[in-house]
Design a binder for this molecule. Structure first.
Ligand SMILES: [Zn+2]
Length: 167
């Protein structure tokens, strides 16, 4: 069974936490990547994706001045290089995260993504992975149903309220 260090990408693009969002967006474009590992004083502070930076636009911030620290996911889950891929897959599935920086003793060694793991899986593990994904899909669907029902009830009670006031 392979370990994280066997399939991780070793060249990680990092950015200082004070980097403006506009600079980070440009860096992602130039590097052809969708995320940056955010560093603060040589430690991993978080992870910022292209989607995270979109909120800088939708919230009408000044992208030249707003730092990526305002939009990063933090704290970030990191994984030691000797972790078994299957164990990481379980954590990623449970927490619904797609990318995890690889770290030991606080230093950044690489980054591993959902697709790095999926690409490397043999049939048996891939089956297990698809079961995990189905499980997530089922959980999400039922959560949405629950939310939907709650909303319906709220609307019903709002509609009924005047009837109670004027019986
Ligand atoms: Zn912003």
């Amino acid at each position: 069974m392979k370990k994280v260090k066997d399939v991780m990408a070793e060249d990680v693009v990092t950015a200082d936490h004070a980097m403006p969002a506009a600079t980070a967006a440009k860096l992602m474009l130039e590097e052809g990547i969708g995320c940056l590992v955010v560093m603060k004083e040589n430690k991993i502070a978080g992870i910022v994706t292209d989607r995270d930076l979109l909120t800088c636009v939708t919230e009408k911030h000044n992208m030249q001045e707003c730092s990526i620290a305002n939009h990063m996911s933090s704290p970030v889950v990191t994984v030691p290089p000797d972790t078994l891929l299957l164990n990481l897959a379980k954590v990623m599935a449970a927490r619904q995260i797609k990318r995890v920086p690889v770290s030991q003793g606080g230093g950044l060694l690489g980054i591993i993504s959902f697709s790095d793991i999926a690409d490397d899986m043999d049939g048996q593990v891939a089956d297990m992975w698809s079961e995990w994904l189905e499980l997530i899909a089922v959980t999400k669907t039922s959560a949405q149903h629950r939310r939907g029902r709650r909303t319906d009830k709220q609307i019903e009670s709002r509609v009924r309220a005047p009837a109670h006031i004027h019986p």
